[in-house]
Ligand binder design. Sequence first.
Ligand code: TPP
Ligand code: MG
Length: 157
Amino acid sequence: MVEMTRLQAVRSVLNTLSDELLVVTTGFLSRDVFCLGDRKENFYMCGSMGNAYPIGIGIALNTPKRNVVVLSGDGAALMSLGSLALGNSLKLPNLRHVIIDNGKYVSTGGQPTCSDGIDFSQFHNTQVINVTSDETASPRITLNPVEMADRFRSCCK
Ligand SMILES: Cc1ncc(C[n+]2csc(CCOP(=O)(O)OP(=O)(O)O)c2C)c(N)n1
Ligand SMILES: [Mg+2]
């Protein structure tokens, strides 16, 4: 098994992107993506844990000509299991889910999740990247939320 840190995992995902719309989960992962590869096609779901994937479903349904990638943490994916079932049911061809699984809620202090109790790769177009260690937090996102949402919307055509 390839061992990656959280930032290496995030870089590996960003390296796969061209013009995809990217929805990123709350916490350190949004900060990491902002620092390593901010682009107008990125939507950072600051604050509302578990909502990145359901938002990704909505965007993929409404912009069928665009490919949508959702980047989640294991804790966020566990919080939103209903949406993973919906993803399995809809099987949207333009939606991809990448889950960075560190087995913890790292952004809030490293409390353990129960991600070892589920095989996320059973879900539609889902890739799991197991992370063996986490760097300290990237700096906070400096974008104004309205500005960020507006520039993202302008790409959703
Ligand atoms: C509904 C809700 N519950 C709790 C939080 C607090 N919170 C923010 S990030 C986070 C941890 C997220 O864990 P995970 O998705 O595994 O990502 P990681 O931090 O490990 O990268 C928590 C508990 C929140 N923002 N929203
Ligand atoms: Mg985690």
